[in-house]
Design a protein around this ligand. Structure first.
Ligand code: AMP
Length: 311
């Protein structure tokens, strides 16, 4: 099934306790599309400036990502994000956000992008997400990500956009912030009451949880000895999760299929954090993904056996 993503295409400056990069390719749509490219054709929608050159295009095209809907704004500069992480790699601290070409972005999708079966609204201003959602009327499965910035500055717009999607993927802290409910199970139920039937709570190094009307499923993050940069982990997770669903068809989206999608999201996100930015996922292979998914299966599976419990 065809997949379209709209989101940020960025240059990131990132410092973690393990190193830094002054300018690397990033952005929610970039991380998402590299991850989902292992499953299906993916089209990226978003604006870039004059500074986004052939080298950046080549990273996406090398993975078969369709870049026709990347809009070049003459004289503009690409979205720029500067952030850092302390030893708690679960929390990104934003030091600078330059919207640049995103300042006046009005999404114009080609016919091919509009006709997608599956749509991912990666993290951008929620009104822009809704504009795109309205252009993709025929999409059979639509998922959305967001961040604390929009919960704080555009909460009502975000809630209106959430009403139009099938799946919400947010960090657990963002879900609590958005619903103003401390309990994740209750908070997810409240989000589902708005319309989406699937809620995914991303929990950083602790993994991710799936909450649907059919039940709950949790997976830990893949245990790694080396984590250099968590930037893009959430989008890589989303790319693996949504890419898997797009490849398997969304007509019979039962709980079991969603659980398997969680494993692919977890596996690809784990590669993303091993190096800075897109460095690791660029050279990732399908055999490596398959091996990590089966290792994840092995370490999360246990055999229950009767034991006599004392009264
Ligand atoms: P995550 O997967 O949550 O780590 O997202 C990381 C990406 O989000 C980075 O590559 C940034 O370029 C991008 N980003 C940061 N702030 C924003 C923002 N306000 N809007 C859109 N994208 C952003």
């Amino acid at each position: 099934m065809s997949l379209t993503v709209v989101g940020s295409i960025a240059f990131d400056a990132v410092t973690t306790p393990f190193g830094s990069r002054e300018r690397m390719l990033g952005g929610s749509a970039v991380h998402f599309s590299l991850a989902s490219s292992f499953f299906t054709d993916v089209r990226v929608v978003g604006p870039v400036g004059d500074d986004f050159g052939p080298e950046e295009h080549a990273v996406l095209r090398a993975r078969g990502v369709i870049t026709d809907d990347i809009e070049h704004v003459p004289g503009g500069e690409t979205f720029f994000w500067r952030g850092h992480y302390d030893y708690d790699l679960n929390t990104a601290h934003t030091d600078e956000t330059r919207l640049n070409v995103f300042g006046d972005f009005s999404p114009k999708l080609s016919q091919d992008s509009r006709e997608c079966d599956v749509l991912f609204l990666a993290n951008i201003q929620p009104d822009l997400q809704r504009e795109v959602r309205e252009q993709c009327e025929g999409a059979r499965f639509v998922a959305l990500d967001s961040m604390n910035l929009w919960i704080e500055t555009a909460r009502d717009a975000l809630l209106r956009t959430i009403e139009t999607v099938d799946c919400v993927m947010l960090n657990d802290a963002e879900i609590r912030q958005l619903t103003r409910k401390p309990n994740l199970v209750q908070a997810a139920r409240e989000l589902r009451a708005l319309g989406p039937r699937v809620v995914v709570a991303k929990q950083g190094e602790y993994g991710a949880a799936l909450l649907t009307d059919e039940g709950f499923f949790g997976l830990p993050a893949f245990p790694l000895e080396t984590v250099l940069d968590p930037t893009g982990a959430g989008d890589s997770f989303a790319g693996g999760f949504i890419g898997f669903l797009a490849a398997h068809g969304t007509d019979e989206l039962d709980h079991e299929t969603l659980c398997r999608a969680m494993a692919y999201g977890t596996a690809i996100a784990s590669f993303n954090v091993e190096e800075f930015g897109t460095e690791r996922v660029r050279r990732l292979t399908r055999d490596e993904i398959a091996a990590r998914v089966s290792e994840l299966h092995r370490i999360t599976h246990f055999v229950d056996a009767p034991v006599s419990l004392r009264a």
